[in-house]
Design a binder for this molecule. Sequence first.
Ligand code: GLN
Length: 456
Amino acid sequence: TEACLSAIEEAGALNAYVHKTPESALEQARAADARIKAGDAPAMCGIPMGIKDLFCTRGVASQAASRILEGFRPEYESTVTGQLFDAGAVMLGKLNMDEFAMGSSNETSTYGNAVNPWRRGNDDAQLTPGGSSGGSAAAVAADLCLAATGTDTGGSIRQPAAFTGITGIKPTYGRCSRWGIVAFASSLDQAGPMTKDVRDAAIVLQAMCGHDPKDSTSADLPVPDFEAMLTGDIRGKTIGIPREYHMDGMPDEIEALWAKGREMLADAGAKIVDISLPHTKYALPAYYVIAPAEASSNLARYDGVRYGHRATLASGEGINDMYEKTRAEGFGPEVQRRVMVGTYVLSAGFYDAYYNRARKVRTLIKKDFEDVFAAGVDAILTPATPSAAFGLGEMKDADPVQMYLNDVFTVTVNLAGLPGVSVPAGLDKQGLPLGLQLIGRPWEEGDLLNTAYALE
Ligand code: GLN
């Protein structure tokens, strides 16, 4: 804990931590020492972690990187962080992210973006750590914690993991409780660990998941010992390569990485088969209807009355002015865009054409996966992202859809509620990390992590 705390001070320029909690970290670390001495030490005991700012942590600023939650200190602890602390984990502080987890570059954060510790060759230009869990990824990659929590609605654990050369898993929807995590799109959101390697991911995930009666979508299923399942033996497993993930204009390096992944799994004794997921091309548009729709509803609670920021009113202004001004000041441009898109697709007259249509497409996407799993495929291998980390500011003037294209390989997994893991799989010509994604059957995170282990 002390080593991490001093590393955090030295690496201030990465802007990974947005609220630091050194005193309580040292207190937690001393309590963990005592537990270890007493012989009562679960695997997480004394492990210094960073926590994404989306998690409510009791008495500690939990702002979802938004101005609208300025000054908000929850009275309660999210289930996931509570479980981690009960297991002895230490919280070093809260980590930077895109505002309300909306973004792929960390640039929508009210605190300014976190910075990727990696550079392109000898070029000093700063790169994005990805998003939305960009602070988590930067902190793990730069040794500012041993592990971090992330959340993933459309790729926010897997894309930043790929951009920073670390491992990140989004578990099956319902595996981790969403209670106490600021909601973005409730039918897609899942928490998961971001770690140095697959073994750490197995250990941290173990402590994060489990049934929670406070989240009605949390699954009442036993949690297997994920770490014990890491045998590295994947002989006889069938790995599907989805034809539709060969996107037009995909860089050769990404194709080459994917081919290398196939070879590694084949060498380890897996059977590689070509598969088709025919509705893949509709996933991104469906996601960017469903996620904003749910967000517009979830974000209605930020009204200047219940939490955080409240606008100052001029004399004669009333409650509607207060709502409008507060939301105009408190939400950044990307969040406002999502609220507007979401409100539009849910409005009478457009609901059937957009929202209901997107929900039907979602069912077809889910069925694509069910069909290949029913045909005997154990896991699906794809690239994690269509490129390596890009430069900060590079996408500033681009159409927002350009940014959304980052999620092309990851959103299908959230729409289908499946577990997906991104593992570092090599470097591009400029020396930047690239990730491969494995998608597994529902509730089979243990098998999925074991397949990922074979790629390490
Ligand atoms: N980049 C995607 C978005 O902006 C995914 C974000 C996430 O997974 N939280 O919606």
